[in-house]
Each structure stands twice: as C-alpha cells, then as structure tokens.
Ligand binder design. Structure first.
Ligand code: NAD
Length: 488
C-alpha cells in the first residue's frame, strides 16, 4: 500500500484506518481489509467496530443533537455550505478513492462527487425553509400551530454502489433539519464515508453529530442501530431482503424509517419511438456503474415491429463499450464489486440461454480478470427466465417482446418492485396512458437519466418507503408537532 498522495487520501489508505465514534477517531486491533475490485489489491485495513462502539456513537449523537438542533437554521446552512465547498474542492481525490474501492470509471466517479455534493448544496439552502403552519381554528378561543422539529438521532445504513452520494443524500437533509447521524457504510466501501466525515468535521459539523461506524459483518452494529430507543429514525439504502429484516428490527422501538430498496426497472420502447434516442437512453440507464445501480434498467420491453431493429442498434453500441480498470482512459465498464456479482450475471445468462435466448454480444467474463464482465445483450428473452424476476445488478441487457400498450404495462408491472421505469414514444396518448399505468416511484419519458437532487427519489411496492432529495426529502427527518393555544 502506497497512497500517501494527499492528507485526505492517506488518512484512509493505510493499514490502520480509524472509525469515527462520537468525537474520536478510534483505531482498533481488529481490522478488516478493503480491496480494489479491479486489481484485488488490499487498499486499507479498517477498524472493526463492535456493538459497544455503536452504542457510544449513538450516545455522542444524542448529546450533540441537544445543541445542534438549537443552532440557528442560518448557521446550520452555513456549515453545510462549507461541507459542500470542501467536497467540491476535494473532488479529484474523492473520485479517485471511489474508483479504487468501488471500481467505477473515474469520469463516473467524478460525476458521483458532483451528484453527491449537490445534495449538500440543496439541503444547505433548504435548512432555511423548514417552516411550520398556522391552521384555521375551530373556535374563536383557540389558535392552531404546526411546528416541524428534527426527529433526533438518525442511523444511516448505506450500500457500496454509490459510496458518496448515498451518504450525502441522507446526512445533508438530516443535519439540515437539526438531526445528528450515525453512519454504517457498506463493508466494501467504508473509505469514501470516512473521508466525507473528515470533511464534514472540517466544515464545522460539531463533534458527535456525525459518526462512521465501520464493520465487516454488519449484523451486530445493525441490530443496535435498529433497536436502540435513542435512534429515532433509520434511513436505509440497500437490498429488499435486508431492508425487510431491518424494518422488522425497527418495529420494536417504532422508529421512523426510510427504505430505498431494490428495483427491476423496465425500459419500454414503442414502435413510434426514436430508436437512436432510445438506444442512447438505454446505454445511460443500463450500463452506468457496470449495471450496478438501483435504477438501472433490468428489462428492455420492445414492441414487435421494431424489436429486431432495436436489438441490432443496441448490440452495435454495446460492442463499443470498453471494459477495464476504471483508472484507465476511455474505460466505461469497470469491474463488478466481487466474484459473487459476476456469478449472478453468468447465472442469468446461462438460465436464459438454456430456455431459448440468444446472446448478440458479450456473454462472458473477459480476460481482464474475474470481477470483470463483458457488457451483454440477450435477445429472445421470455418471462419464464430468471432475468424477468430478479435484479441482475450487472452489465446485462435482456430484451423482451410485446405487442401492444396493455401488454407492455402489464409486463412492466409484473414484479414486486416499483422503483424506476423508462419508456420511449412520441405519441402523447401513449405517454399519458403509460405514465399513469406504471406502478413506479420514478418514471423517465424519453429520458434514461432521471436522478437529481431537485426531485424526489424513491420507490413503490417492495422498492421502499419514503423519498430522498427535493423538499420532500427534508420532511423525512422531521416530526410534526401540533400545538393548540387556548384561552383567547
Ligand atoms: P445490501 O442490502 O447487501 O447492503 C446494504 C447495507 O446494509 C450495507 O451497508 C450492508 O453492510 C448493510 N447490511 C447488510 N446486512 C445487514 C444487517 N443484517 N444488519 C444491518 N445492516 C446490514 O445491499 P448492497 O449489496 O450493498 O447494495 C445493492 C442493493 O442496494 C441493490 O438491491 C440495489 O438495488 C439497492 N440500492 C437501492 C437504492 C435506492 O435508492 N433504492 C440505491 C442504491 C442501491
């Protein structure tokens, strides 16, 4: 390991990386490895935190919360604005760090820094707009007020696929609302979380108001975060099975929860669509982060009479996507996070081929190494195949066929998930009917990239509860308090 380039990088790329527990950076004898998925090199050894560490972080967050919620909205806003500036100033280092620990190409990692920072900027502004209301009174002797208060200590459990943005999307609104946060980052990508926390402290977030509890096996830390009564809110992003487990654990103390869970996004192409635009949208929505995003297209649904033309154009484009280490120029498909992720893509392909699908490009892992996978297009895919029901989370584009709008909407909704959906058509009646028919929290119409800090992000059905980003995202970290003033 030799990454002493800058103070920020060297603070997390070393053999003895501390966790942030309350106001202290805590080294631990027990540590776990963080590896580069592209090279399998060990990048760092990070503190293995215990249930006791988690309780200490919660205690510190509770204490810090008593004063942080009394800091004026304008001051909280200024602190967040300073955090935004620091993240922006360190964009190159943070991007490099993400490429090292997560694998995404450097250009995408830079994009994530911008996207992640945008939540801090937005909620710095929104902190000043956390308003209440006066309501009409039922009696002349009374006045009715509704106040918004911070919910209290927030636990943030985050996934590895967006190591930076999933943290800022939770912490920025929480801190803006006057809450304090204990973060449990994914075991594969704790380094970006630790670097972000350093910058938050530097920006003036008070000690104790942000902790990062790192652990390689999350269950013990997770159980404390979900069951400790001092934690009043869990904001989780990750898979649906884990989300369900955490929801059950949170029931014992009736915590507020936000759940950003898995998806199975359909991408519908109608026969009047601009096919070139659809292919462009398909590449953006399917192959970003090597297909490892929750809003990634999982199923292409294409109308009969343009099916062959779409498959041909998509295949042609996918063949040009360069696979390799994300630090290399022109690479657009980095490694998958681990060998298990590669096995899942291969299993979906083998299952589909066994049931009659054909590979039009890709289909196997390239020589680059066993965490890489060639972007793949599958034609002749049917609903009996595993790809129809499971989230692949890799660079696989299965193309299904439909004949009319009713069938397209029925196929699109035939899943327990409801996160993101996309469709391409230029017919305004199809736009309205499809928009209204889709049971999804987010819909892209003639657009493959929909995420922005300005809009509410979240899913229906088993894709989750609550929304992140936009002014709706601030509400999730507040409680309403109704006050009835009498005696007038
Ligand atoms: P995951 O559910 O395995 O892990 C997510 C987080 O939960 C990690 O920090 C992990 O350590 C922690 N965790 C796992 N088991 C736990 C337990 N028993 N107790 C407490 N914490 C536990 O998911 P992942 O593999 O990191 O991420 C991929 C999944 O996340 C995909 O399903 C993807 O769709 C989903 N995701 C959703 C969104 C969204 O906004 N809806 C965004 C990104 C990813």
């Amino acid at each position: 390991m030799n990454h002493s380039d800058t103070p920020l990088l060297s603070s997390v790329l070393n053999n003895d990386v501390p966790a942030l527990i309350g106001n202290q950076w805590c080294q631990r004898e027990d540590r776990f490895d963080v590896t580069n998925p592209a090279t399998h090199d060990v990048l760092a050894r990070v503190a293995e935190c215990s249930a006791g560490d988690t309780r200490a972080a919660i205690a510190a967050a509770e204490l810090a919360g008593q004063s942080w919620k009394r800091v004026s909205a304008k001051e909280r806003s200024a602190v967040l604005r300073c955090w935004f500036d620091l993240v922006t100033d360190h964009a190159d280092e943070l991007a490099r760090l993400m490429t090292l620990e997560q694998g995404k190409p450097l250009a995408e990692a830079r994009g994530e820094v911008g996207y992640g920072a945008s939540f801090i900027e937005f909620f710095a502004e929104e902190a000043k707009r956390m308003t209440g209301e006066t309501l009409p009174s039922p009696a002349a002797s009374k006045r009715l007020l509704v106040m918004r208060e911070p919910v209290g200590v927030v636990a943030a459990i985050t996934p590895w696929n967006f190591p930076l943005a999933m943290i800022t999307r939770k912490c920025a609104p929480a801190l803006a609302a006057g809450c304090t946060v204990v973060i449990k980052p994914a075991e594969a990508t704790p380094l970006t979380a630790l670097a972000l926390a350093r910058l938050a402290l530097q920006a003036g977030v008070p000690e104790g108001a942000i902790s990062v509890v790192t652990a390689s096996s999350p269950a013990a830390v997770g159980e404390v975060l979900c069951t400790d009564p001092r934690v009043r809110k869990l904001s989780f992003t990750g898979s649906t099975p884990v989300g369900k487990k955490l929801l059950a654990q949170c029931a014992s103390t009736v915590k507020k929860t936000s759940m950003e869970l898995g998806g199975n996004a359909p991408f519908i192409v109608f026969d009047d669509a601009d096919l070139d635009a659809a292919v462009e949208g398909a590449i953006a929505s399917k192959f970003r982060n090597a297909g490892q995003t929750c809003v990634c297209t999982n199923r292409f649904l294409v109308q009969d009479n343009v099916y062959d033309a779409f498959v041909e154009k998509l295949t042609e484009k996918v063949r040009t996507l360069k696979v390799g280490n994300g630090l290399e120029d022109e690479v657009v498909i980095g490694p998958l996070i681990n060998p298990a992720a590669v096995e899942k893509v291969q299993r979906h392909i083998d299952d589909a081929i066994g049931k009659g699908a054909t590979v039009t490009c890709g289909g196997q892992a390239p020589e680059a190494g066993h965490t890489f996978f060639n972007p793949t297009v599958l034609a002749g895919v049917t609903r009996e195949m595993a790809v129809a029901g499971e989230e692949t989370f890799g660079p696989l584009a299965p193309v299904f066929r439909f004949s009319d709008i009713d069938e397209a909407i029925e196929m699109a909704n035939d899943t327990p998930f409801g996160l993101a959906a996309y469709f391409y058509t230029n017919d305004y009646r199809r736009i309205w009917r499809t928009m209204e028919g889709l049971e999804y929290g987010m819909v892209g119409v003639n657009e493959g990239l929909i995420s922005t800090e300005l809009a509410p992000f979240g899913g229906m059905k088993e894709s989750g509860l609550g929304r992140e980003g936009s002014h709706f995202g601030l509400d999730e970290f507040t409680e309403l308090k109704y006050v009835c003033l009498g005696g007038f």
